[in-house]
Design a protein around this ligand. Structure first.
Ligand SMILES: [Zn+2]
Length: 79
């Protein structure tokens, strides 16, 4: 596999969606290609930041406010 192949399979690789044979080839390429190793690394980090930040935002203050607003709207009546 060459660099273009790695880029093409990158999202599948990171998702863990890759055919084991293709994955082995890709990792073999990563073993001797610093550029692709860096790209994979950066992409993983970026995805992790996106995935981590979303639940934090949702479970933060805005969510508490949302719940309070809902409770007021619903009044004291049990659901
Ligand atoms: Zn490469």
């Amino acid at each position: 596999m060459n660099c273009k192949g790695v880029i093409r399979e990158l999202s599948n690789y990171i998702d863990g969606d890759l055919d084991p044979v293709v994955k082995a080839e890709l990792e073999r390429h990563l073993g001797h290609c610093e550029d692709c190793t860096m790209i994979v690394d950066q992409t993983r980090k970026t995805i992790r930041i996106i995935c981590d930040s979303q639940p934090v935002e949702l479970s933060g203050e805005s969510r508490t406010r949302l719940h309070e607003a809902l409770r007021k709207k619903m009044g004291s009546s049990p659901s």
